[in-house]
Ligand binder design. Structure first.
Ligand SMILES: *[C@@H]1O[C@H](CO)[C@@H](O)[C@H](O)[C@H]1NC(C)=O
Ligand SMILES: *[C@@H]1O[C@H](CO)[C@@H](O)[C@H](O)[C@H]1NC(C)=O
Ligand SMILES: CC(=O)N[C@H]1CO[C@H](CO)[C@@H](O)[C@@H]1O
Ligand SMILES: [Fe+2]
Length: 848
C-alpha cells in the first residue's frame, strides 16, 4: 500500500462574500480540516468489485480527508487556500480517472483543482474542477470530477462511462419545480418573466419565445411560480433580491476578485441613481441649454440633489459599487469620465466625416451595406404597408457624386446605405404614440477616392396618417453646413443616430450576441460532458453569459427596466427584438458570410482571407477578418486532432445530441429553418464552433466595449428623440433658426434618460479585473493533450501579431477611417486590455 499526495486548491465561501479580501484568511481555513471534507479517487482502469449489476464502474478508493493548509505553494490568488490530502493507493487502482468529493461542512466552497503529485508509473495528474461544492445534503449523489484528459464518448475508459452519463443526467434535471441556489440544472424556458402583470396591466409584457408571432431564443429555466394574472408568465423576484436570481450554480460570478461589481452596479443604478437622477431632473426640469452644459457632466459640475445617495456620501458610507462609475466629492458634485469621442476634439462628432466613419469603425459597424439598386426598396408587405420604397431621387444625390451619375456610382460600387427603414416602420405608429417621436430612416453614402465615406442624403419616413396601407410619408434631406439648412441636416443625422443606437442596443448587442448565445450554453451543458473535447473548446466562451443575462432580465430588459427607460421603442423594445429575431440566420453570423451578404466584400481566392473588401479601410472588417481567421485556424487544428474523419462526427452521440437540442429546443422557434448546418462533417463542426466563438467573443466585444467611448457623449449617439423635424413656417422652425443647439438638445434624449443611459453604458463598457481574454486560459492544465496545447499557443502568438498590426494601422495616416476626425483610434477588436474603461480587449465570452 502506497500513499499519493494530492493538493487541493479551493476558495471558501465567506472569503468571496467580503469586499476586503485581505481579511484574515488564517482564522478560518481550519474549519475545513478534520472530518469535514472527504475525497475518494476512482480508477479509470480497474472495476469496482463491489458494484452490483448494470454497468461496471471504476474502483473507488478509501476516503481521504483534507489535511493541513499548505502555505508554501506560491501562485495562489487572494482568497484561495491549498490543502494537502493523502490517498491510500494500491497497484490495482492504476491511474485515477475521477474522484468523488463530499462536503460535510456547513457551507459551500469553490473547488478549483486537485493535483496528484506523483501517481506511480504515471506522474502528475490534474483535475480541473472550477465548481461550487455544497454540503452533501444538497445533492442526491456525490459530486464527481474528472481528470483533464479529453475523451470522445466512445473512447471514454469503460469504468468512467456511467459516471460521465450520470453527471449529464443530473445537469439536465427533471424539468420540474423551482430551482434553488445550489442546483446545477440547465434547462430551457421562454422569456416569460419580463413583465409583471400582477402589478399592473401596463406592466404586462408578451411572452417571447414559443410562438410564430414572438419567436425568441430560449433562456435558462428558473422555475419560479407563475403570476396570478397570467399562468403563462413567471413571477418576478423583487428588486432587492435580484442577486438571488437562479442560474446553474457554476454560472454565477464565482471569480474571486470583484467582478460582482457588475451585478451590484446594476442594482445600485436602479436603487440609487434612478431616484436621484429623477429628483435631479424634476427639481430642475430644464433642458440642457448648450453643449457646454452637457460638458459639465464630465468636467465636474452636476450636483446630486439631497436624498439618500447624498446622505450616504456625507456619512461616508462606502458606496463601492457606485464609485466604480460615478466620481463624487463630499458635497455631492459628481462627474462621469470623459468619453473618447470628445477627448481630443469637442465638436468633431458633428462633422459628416465622423458621422460616416462611425458606421465603419464605431460601436455599430455591422449594419452598413452596399447599395445595389436605386432608389432603395422595401421588403415590407405591400398589402399591409403600401408603398415603402424610397422617395430619394437622383437629383438629391448627384450634386455630391464628384461628377458621377447615380448609375455610374452604383456600377462602380461606391454607394452604400445605412438602412433603418423596414425594421422600424411597423413599430412607428405605436412608438410615436408614446412621448418619443422617431422616424424610420435611410442614409445613403458615397465612397470617395480617399477611402472615406461621405453622407449624401437622409430620408426620414413615417407611416401615412390615414393608414399603414397608404405607404410611407417621407422627407429627404441633403448635407448643408450653414444656416437653418445646416441645423436641419444636423437634426436629420441625429434621427439616424437615434435609430442606429436603438437597433444597436436591442439587435446588434442584446439579441445577436447575449440572447442567441445562451441556448448554445444550455444545450452544451446538458449534452456534452466536461470530458468532451468540444466542451473543453467552448467552455471559456460560456463564462458569465447566463449570469449577466439573468441579471438583465431582472433589471435591464424587463418591463419598466433601464433599457425601456433609455431606448426609444420603450415598452416595445423587447417585442421589437423578437420580431427582428425572425431575420436571424446562424450561418450568416460568420463574419465572411455577413460581409459578403451585406455586399461589403466579395469572395476572392487571391486575397489573404479569401475575401476582398469593397471599402479597403473598413476597420471592423479588416481587424475582424484577422481575428476570425485566427479563431478558425485554432478551431480547425483543435477539431482535426480529435476527429480524423466525418464518421467520427456522425457517430459522436453527445455531439449529435447537442446540435439537435440546440436547434430543436434552444433555438426551437427556428427549428424548421433549412439553413441550419447538419452536424455531419468535420468542416461543419469547425464552421459551427468558429461562428459560435466569434459571436461570443469578438462580435460581442466589437459592439459592447465601444458603448461608452462613442455613446457616453449622448449628442453623438442619442437614444431618444422627442420631437419631429420642424417644418418651415412654424414657430419651431423659427426657433431652430434662432437657436439651433437648443432645439437639438430639446429634441434628443432628455436629461434623466441621458444620465441613466450614461451610467448604464459606462458600467457595460468596463472590463473587470479578472477578465480572461481570447487566447488566454485561466488554467494552463485545461487539457492534457499536447497537440491542442501547441495549437493554442500558436493561436496566442497569432493574436499578439494582430495586436501589433492594429497599432501600426492606427498610426498609418493613409487609413483615414481608423482614427477619424474625433481622433479615436479603432481598437475595439484589439485582443487584450487592462481593467476598466479601455475601449479595447476581446474577452472570451459575452460577459457584460
Ligand atoms: C418598389 O420597387 C420595386 C423595385 O423597383 C418594385 O418591384 C416594386 O413594385 C415597388 N413597390 C411599390 C409598392 O411600388
Ligand atoms: C479564450 O479563448 C480561446 C479560444 O478558443 C480558448 O481556447 C481559451 O481557452 C480561452 N481562455 C480561457 C478563459 O480559458
Ligand atoms: C407625424 C406623425 O405621424 N405623428 C403620429 C405619431 O403617432 C401618433 C399616434 O399614433 C399619431 O397621432 C401622430 O399623428
Ligand atoms: Fe454586452
Amino acid at each position: 500500500m502506497k500513499t499519493i499526495i494530492g493538493r487541493v486548491v479551493l476558495i471558501k465561501k465567506n472569503l468571496l462574500d467580503v469586499i476586503d479580501l485581505s481579511a484574515s484568511v488564517l482564522d478560518r481555513v481550519h474549519e475545513l480540516l478534520g472530518k469535514n471534507v472527504s475525497l475518494q479517487l476512482i480508477s479509470a482502469h480497474h472495476p469496482n468489485h463491489q458494484s452490483s449489476g448494470g454497468s461496471l464502474r471504476g474502483k473507488v478508493g478509501k476516503p481521504a480527508m483534507l489535511e493541513d493548509w499548505i502555505t508554501t505553494f506560491a501562485p495562489l490568488t487572494v482568497g484561495e487556500s491549498s490543502y494537502k490530502v493523502s490517498f491510500e493507493w494500491d497497484e490495482e487502482m492504476q491511474v485515477p480517472g475521477a474522484f468523488l468529493v463530499q462536503n460535510n461542512h456547513h457551507s459551500e466552497f469553490y473547488l478549483k483543482t486537485l493535483t496528484l503529485e506523483d501517481v506511480p508509473g504515471h506522474g502528475q495528474v490534474h483535475f480541473v474542477c472550477n465548481s461550487w461544492v455544497y454540503p452533501a445534503k444538497r445533492y442526491k449523489k456525490g459530486r464527481v470530477f474528472f481528470t483533464n484528459k479529453a475523451y470522445l464518448p466512445d473512447e471514454t475508459p469503460e469504468f468512467l462511462r456511467s459516471y460521465r452519463e450520470e453527471e449529464l443526467e443530473l445537469l439536465r434535471g427533471d424539468g420540474i419545480g423551482m430551482l434553488e441556489e445550489w442546483d446545477r440544472v440547465y434547462d430551457y424556458a421562454y422569456y416569460n418573466d419580463l413583465g409583471d402583470p400582477d402589478k399592473d396591466i401596463d406592466d404586462a409584457r408578451p411572452v417571447l419565445g414559443g410562438s410564430s408571432e414572438y419567436p425568441y431564443p430560449r433562456r435558462g429555466r428558473t422555475g419560479r411560480p407563475p403570476t396570478k394574472s397570467d399562468p403563462r408568465t413567471e413571477s418576478r423576484l423583487p428588486l432587492v433580491k435580484s442577486l438571488d436570481i437562479y442560474v446553474p450554480r457554476d454560472e454565477r460570478f464565482g471569480h474571486l476578485k470583484l467582478s460582482d461589481f457588475l451585478a451590484n452596479g446594476l442594482v445600485s443604478i436602479v436603487q440609487f441613481l434612478v431616484p436621484e437622477f429623477k429628483a435631479l431632473c424634476d427639481s430642475s426640469p430644464d433642458e440642457f441649454d448648450s453643449f457646454q452644459d452637457i460638458m459639465k457632466l464630465y468636467e465636474g459640475g452636476f450636483k446630486l440633489p439631497d436624498g439618500p445617495l447624498l446622505d450616504r456620501i456625507r456619512q461616508n458610507i462606502p458606496l463601492e459599487m457606485l464609485k466604480v462609475f460615478l466620481e463624487t466629492d463630499s458635497s455631492g458634485v459628481a462627474k462621469f469620465p470623459t468619453p473618447d469621442v470628445i477627448k481630443e476634439d469637442k465638436s468633431a462628432w458633428r462633422t459628416d466625416e465622423e458621422f460616416a466613419k462611425e458606421m465603419l469603425a464605431g460601436v455599430n459597424p455591422v449594419k452598413i451595406r452596399l447599395l445595389k439598386e436605386f432608389p432603395p426598396t422595401s421588403k415590407l408587405d405591400v398589402e399591409v404597408y403600401g408603398n415603402q420604397n424610397s422617395s430619394i431621387k437622383s437629383h438629391h444625390v448627384e450634386k455630391n457624386l464628384n461628377g458621377l451619375k447615380v448609375d455610374e456610382a452604383l456600377v462602380a460600387k461606391r454607394l452604400f446605405i445605412l438602412d433603418h427603414h423596414d425594421s422600424l416602420m411597423p413599430y412607428l405608429r405605436r412608438i410615436n404614440a408614446t412621448t418619443n417621436k422617431i422616424y424610420a430612416s435611410r442614409t445613403l453614402l458615397f465612397l470617395q477616392n480617399d477611402g472615406t465615406l461621405k453622407p449624401l442624403v437622409i430620408e426620414l419616413s413615417l407611416p401615412h396618417p390615414e393608414g399603414d396601407n397608404l405607404g410611407a410619408v417621407s422627407n429627404v434631406y441633403t448635407p448643408a453646413e450653414y444656416g437653418v439648412e445646416g441645423a436641419v441636416w444636423q437634426l436629420a443625422k441625429a434621427y439616424v443616430a437615434v435609430d442606429d443606437s436603438g437597433i444597436h442596443q436591442l439587435i446588434s448587442h442584446w439579441l445577436n450576441t447575449h440572447a442567441v448565445v445562451e441556448p448554445f450554453i444550455i444545450a452544451a451543458n446538458r449534452q456534452l460532458s466536461v470530458l468532451h473535447p468540444i466542451y473543453k473548446l467552448l467552455y471559456p466562451h460560456f463564462r458569465d453569459t447566463m449570469n449577466i443575462n439573468a441579471f438583465a432580465r431582472q433589471i435591464l430588459i424587463n418591463g419598466g427596466g433601464i433599457l425601456e427607460k433609455t431606448v426609444f421603442p420603450e415598452k416595445y423594445s423587447m417585442e421589437l427584438s423578437s420580431v427582428l429575431y425572425k431575420n436571424w440566420v446562424f450561418p450568416d453570423q460568420a463574419l465572411p458570410v455577413d460581409l459578403v451578404k451585406r455586399g461589403m466584400a466579395v469572395e476572392d481566392s487571391d486575397s489573404p482571407h479569401g475575401l476582398s473588401l469593397l471599402i479597403e479601410d473598413y476597420p471592423y472588417a479588416v481587424d475582424g477578418m484577422e481575428i476570425w481567421s485566427a479563431i478558425k485556424s485554432w478551431v480547425e487544428d483543435y477539431c482535426r486532432f480529435y476527429y480524423t474523419n466525418d464518421d467520427m462526427i456522425k457517430n459522436d452521440k453527445e455531439l449529435q445530441s447537442w446540435w439537435k437540442e440546440l436547434r430543436e429546443e434552444g433555438h426551437g422557434d427556428k427549428k424548421h429553418e433549412a439553413w441550419w448546418p447538419e452536424m455531419n462533417s468535420c468542416q461543419e463542426l469547425i464552421d459551427i464552433c468558429t461562428t459560435f466563438i466569434w459571436i461570443a467573443s469578438a462580435l460581442h466585444a466589437a459592439v459592447n466595449y465601444g458603448q461608452y467611448p462613442y455613446a457616453g457623449y449622448a449628442p453623438n449617439r442619442p437614444t431618444i428623440s422627442r420631437r419631429f423635424m420642424p417644418e418651415p413656417d412654424t414657430p419651431e422652425y423659427e426657433e431652430l433658426k434662432e437657436n439651433p443647439d437648443k432645439v437639438f438638445l430639446k429634441t434628443i434624449t432628455p436629461q434623466f434618460q441621458m444620465l441613466l443611459g450614461i451610467a448604464l453604458i459606462e458600467l457595460l463598457s468596463r472590463h473587470s479585473s479578472d477578465e480572461v481574454y481570447l487566447g488566454q486560459r485561466e488554467c494552463p492544465e485545461w487539457t492534457l493533450d499536447a497537440e491542442p496545447l501547441n495549437a493554442f499557443q500558436k493561436f496566442g502568438t497569432k493574436l499578439k501579431e494582430i495586436e501589433e498590426r492594429i497599432v501600426a494601422m492606427n498610426n498609418d495616416e493613409k487609413l483615414k477611417n481608423r482614427v477619424g476626425l474625433a481622433k479615436v483610434p479603432y481598437t475595439l477588436l484589439y485582443p487584450t486590455s487592462e481593467e476598466g474603461l479601455t475601449g479595447k480587449g476581446i474577452p472570451n465570452s459575452t460577459a457584460i
